[in-house]
Design a binder for this molecule. Structure first.
Ligand SMILES: *Cc1c(COP(=O)(O)O)cnc(C)c1O
Length: 427
């Protein structure tokens, strides 16, 4: 093989030197790793852009992106360059010292959002824990509430730690883990009357609602966008009562909806919000943002050993700068429109199978008809057989969260696979 053909086909040498070129044998894995996930019988070995390859060399179009995480796709040159340089220079130091990359990333977030201050950690659940602690301290020290309650929505998802499964309004995540954390109450999503009633009913003795915590669009709960009027009125209730509005932007933040932050789709600003998944394009990071008036943490109140280290912050800064430099939000809006239009055409052709297509930017859901046996996992498996990776969001919703750099051709390819999968399943 000539050098020219190698350069033209960068995948060839990697494939031929791959240690694994057979289907993955999961025996050792299953014997040693806890069984906390149901897994598909493949192992992904390599990725480039929106495509990934499994150990037997088969390629897939990746519309999962590590669950809304790999915003720049796989092996993006800017991310490779940044993390390579950073790990050669300095990858981790304690927050006992100033970390310039952390300061720069915080400055970028403050300049590109409604936030005044940022705290860094490592995951979505940890960011939400920080938000819950900040809201509770604000309740005790400013609002003077002895027993603060945080309202969260049914069908929400806020993470897997004890406080965040409590915040998560879905009993299936809480089962067998009681006693849960006190101080949470649940309301149906997009229902303003329920908010008004809960705020009144929970005002009893030392107890009062201190914060309302919501996703701008419910991700895991079935890709349900927040309604404009609902969020405007929640904001108004918070303004009138002093209740804090916390938005969980872990899945929708950092460009996924075609705007940097999900709340920009709703015409309001939160007092506190969190981000994680896509923030550093797949390098672990979490962040909790707040406005000045509720910035009540003092030294010793909260911490994270890894939080905000030079490596993760340099990666996130590189993602942020790439989104800006390459006008990727514009692509998110256009590809999102294209995807919804094409999926709605499928829904139109198979009204007995598909009931609705909804979403913002590049977080979209295809809901299957409630009256039939077909589940989201059936569609996910059928699509996987045809070379497309998708992920369910609940039992009946198929979720589409590709890298934000996805091309028009790749969206078209994905839609054609979905159409074939639906056609096969309808037969
Ligand atoms: C994924 C997710 C979380 C949890 O994030 P982890 O990084 O897994 O802890 C929290 N909230 C929302 C909305 C999410 O989508």
């Amino acid at each position: 093989m000539t050098l020219e053909t190698l350069v033209e086909n960068p995948s060839i040498p990697e494939e031929s030197t791959s240690a694994l070129s057979t289907p993955y044998d999961p025996t050792d894995f299953d014997a040693n790793v806890m069984t906390t996930y149901g897994r598909f019988p493949i192992a992904l070995e390599r990725g480039e852009g929106c495509r990934v390859w499994d150990t037997s060399g088969r390629d897939y179009l990746d519309f999962v992106a590590g669950i809304a995480t790999c915003t720049l796709g796989h092996a993006h040159p800017a991310l490779i360059e940044t993390v390579t340089q950073q790990i050669k220079t300095l990858h981790h130091v304690s927050n006992l010292y100033y970390i310039p990359q952390q300061g720069e990333l915080a400055k970028w977030i403050v300049q590109h959002s409604c936030a005044d201050r940022v705290f860094f950690c490592n995951s979505g659940a940890e960011a939400n824990e920080g938000a819950i602690k900040l809201a509770r301290k604000y309740a005790h020290t400013v609002l003077e509430i002895d027993k603060p309650v945080i309202l969260t929505a049914k069908a929400s998802f806020h993470g897997r730690t004890l406080a965040t499964i409590t915040a998560t309004g879905q009993p299936k995540y809480q089962k067998h883990f009681n006693p849960l954390v006190p101080g949470f109450a649940y309301i149906p999503y997009n229902d303003i009357q329920a908010v008004e009633e809960a705020v009144t009913e929970l005002d009893e003795g030392d107890q009062r609602v201190a914060a309302i915590m919501l996703e701008p669009l419910q991700g895991e709960g079935g890709v349900r966008p927040g309604e404009l009027d609902y969020f405007l009125r929640v904001r108004k209730i918070c303004d009138e009562t002093g209740i804090l509005l916390i938005l969980d932007e872990v899945q929708v933040g950092m460009g996924r909806t075609g705007k940097y932050w999900g709340y920009e789709n709703l015409g309001i600003e939160p007092d506190i919000f969190t981000s994680a998944k896509g923030l550093a394009g797949g390098i672990p990071i979490g962040a909790m943002m707040c406005k000045t008036f509720c910035n009540v943490f003092e030294p010793g109140d909260h911490a994270s050993t890894f939080g905000g280290n030079p490596f993760a912050c340099a990666a996130a800064l590189s993602v942020a700068q790439t989104l800006e430099r390459e006008h990727i939000l514009h692509n998110v809006q256009e590809r999102g429109e294209q995807l919804r239009t094409r999926l709605r055409a499928i829904a139109h052709r198979y009204p007995n199978l598909v009931s609705e297509v909804r979403g913002w930017g590049l977080i979209n859901g295809m809901e299957l008809n409630a009256d039939i046996d077909l589940t989201a996992i059936d569609v996910v498996k059928a699509a996987m057989d045809q070379g497309l990776l998708l992920v369910p969001a609940g039992p009946k919703v198929v979720r589409f969260v590709p890298p934000l750099i996805v091309s028009a051709e790749e969206v078209e390819e994905a839609v054609q696979v979905v159409e074939r999968a639906i056609a096969t399943l309808s037969a």
